[in-house]
Design a protein around this ligand. Structure first.
Ligand SMILES: N[C@@H](CCC(=O)N[C@@H](CS)C(=O)NCC(=O)O)C(=O)O
Length: 209
């Protein structure tokens, strides 16, 4: 299988999760501005939506959307989901929240919108992170068990560092815990990203790209 990614983008969650699951994959970088892949293909012909991630399977099928990509990986390695009778439902619940509430809230911050709009978006992201930090009572979102949802949250927390969004000490501690995982260190290094283990070290966009 092959994960189409852009360094530091949300596709980092898929890469971390693939490593956690011990799944062998290739990775192809996409230039999100030109929509050309590193092998010179027109990415829009691979994913007409133009964004990453896309996970291409060996049988020729393709999975898009973080929720689906991460759920697919957790399905291959159930240890990467919360487990229990409602495990799958709880995983979809948190992945949906991360995608449709938190991820979307970042969007104005990447656009060239006005400063007031960006300030409102930054406030919303901070508020949403406060809400989700209440779910981190132990090590991770689902207690002691690291799941694909943690990989997604980690990828987005990296952005807060560069965007100057202040997060709670509890969230910073969570970030540091996730950053220590070998799968995360490997993923960051493969994407050419600094192996920052705390959010303070991610103080520029260079650290995202
Ligand atoms: N709904 C999509 C959104 C993915 C997304 O926003 N990807 C960003 C990177 S984090 C991207 O590729 N943006 C480039 C673009 O939209 O042109 C998902 O959850 O997978």
């Amino acid at each position: 299988m092959k994960l189409y990614f852009a360094p530091g983008a949300c596709s980092l969650a898929g890469r971390i999760s693939l490593h956690e699951a011990g799944l062998v994959a290739e990775f192809e970088r996409v230039d999100l501005k030109t929509k050309i892949t590193e092998q010179g293909y027109d990415y829009l012909s691979i994913n007409p939506r133009g964004y990453v991630p896309l996970l291409a399977l060996d049988d020729g099928s393709a999975i898009t959307e973080n929720i689906a990509v991460l759920e697919f990986i957790a399905d291959r390695d159930p240890a990467l989901g919360p487990g229990g009778p409602l495990g799958r439902t709880r995983l979809l619940e948190i992945l949906s929240w991360l995608s449709t509430e938190l991820h979307v809230a970042f969007r104005p911050l990447w656009d060239s919108g006005d400063d007031a709009e960006k300030a409102t978006a930054a406030d919303l992201v901070a508020k949403l992170l406060d809400i989700i930090s209440e779910q981190i009572n132990e090590l991770y979102l689902f207690g002691p068990r690291f799941t694909v949802a943690d990989a997604y949250l980690f990828a987005m927390l990296r952005w807060t560092g560069a965007l100057g969004i202040t997060v709670s000490p509890q969230m910073r501690g969570y970030f540091e815990r996730v950053a220590e995982r070998p799968s995360v260190q490997r993923a960051l290094s493969e994407e050419g990203l600094p192996n920052a283990r705390n959010l303070i070290d991610i103080s520029s966009f260079e650290a995202l790209k």
